[in-house]
Design a protein around this ligand. Structure first.
Ligand SMILES: O=C(O)CCC(=O)C(=O)O
Length: 264
């Protein structure tokens, strides 16, 4: 579990950079011990029984520890200017290419998170933490600086084999109780070119905060030996409505910290 540290306080210049670029890399969110403890836990077959899909932060103390960590949720609170609530948490392990394979595990097509998680007012943001050293070769995170400044972009169904492809129906509910379903799929934003992208190098324990409209994604792991491991948490500011029913019941970071069972 995270141990006591002095929480990171963003400088004004970092906040300005976040708002100008739509993302901010923040070094050393987690200590080497914290990363190690999480990875050891993930490798324990007993951790499987604690998984609850996108809501594992509610059932697994290690996931909760990262999602409420002062350097993760605390920095999100500074960016949001208010109390963050957790929408979802994810662990994404992309393995390197095996013998005879050209590519390792595929990445996630270039997208804006509000396409997947419509919310109102749109306060959605993410913290993506490198749990291994990550870079362009092993499928590290890519971002399009400044892409958050416009409205949500047009998308098409991904067809690039370096990205995972899928389609699925999701339930939606509006604040007035209206319900409907929407087909979501591996969105690929139209009009983004290689020159628009920065392929980030983010060392283990460091992280990237980005807005719901920042175009981002990743490519396949092209390394032969190095896994690309990442943990991501998506937050909204208190008072935001999340339309997707599977993650609508967001959790206040403060409540999760207060109700942490003894010994976690
Ligand atoms: O790690 C990746 O490949 C993409 C992560 C992502 O899309 C996210 O955290 O919102």
């Amino acid at each position: 579990m995270p141990k006591e540290t002095t929480p990171i306080q963003l400088k004004d210049t970092q906040l300005e950079q976040f708002h100008a670029d739509g993302y901010l890399v923040v070094p050393d969110l987690l200590s080497a011990d914290e990363v190690e403890a999480f990875l050891r836990h993930q490798a324990d077959p007993e951790a499987e029984s604690l998984r609850q899909g996108l809501r594992t932060h509610l059932s697994d103390p290690y996931w909760r520890g990262l999602a409420t960590h002062p350097n993760v949720a605390g920095v999100a609170a500074q960016i949001l200017g208010g109390r963050p609530r957790i929408v979802q948490s994810m662990y994404m392990a992309k393995q390197p290419a095996g013998p005879g394979e050209e590519l390792g595990d595929a990445g996630i097509s270039l997208h804006q998170d509000s396409h997947y998680l419509p919310n109102e007012p749109d306060t959605l943001m993410a913290c993506w933490i490198a749990m291994s050293d990550t870079d362009p070769e092993n499928g590290g995170l890519c971002v399009a600086p400044g892409s958050h400044k416009d409205a949500l972009r047009e998308t098409s169904l991904n067809t690039n084999p370096e990205h995972v492809s899928w389609e699925s129906e999701y339930g939606m509910r509006s604040p007035d109780g209206r319900e409907w379903t929407e087909k979501l799929y591996s969105f690929d934003v139209v009009g983004i070119e290689e020159k628009d992208l920065v392929r980030l190098t983010v060392p283990r324990g460091s992280g990237v905060f980005f807005t719901s409209r920042t175009v981002h994604g990743s490519y396949a792991n092209r390394s032969r030996t190095r896994s690309r491991l990442a943990f991501a948490v998506h937050y909204v500011k208190n008072g935001t409505w999340v339309f997707r029913t599977d993650v609508q019941d967001t959790a206040a970071v403060d409540d999760l910290i207060e109700n942490q069972p003894e010994g976690d």
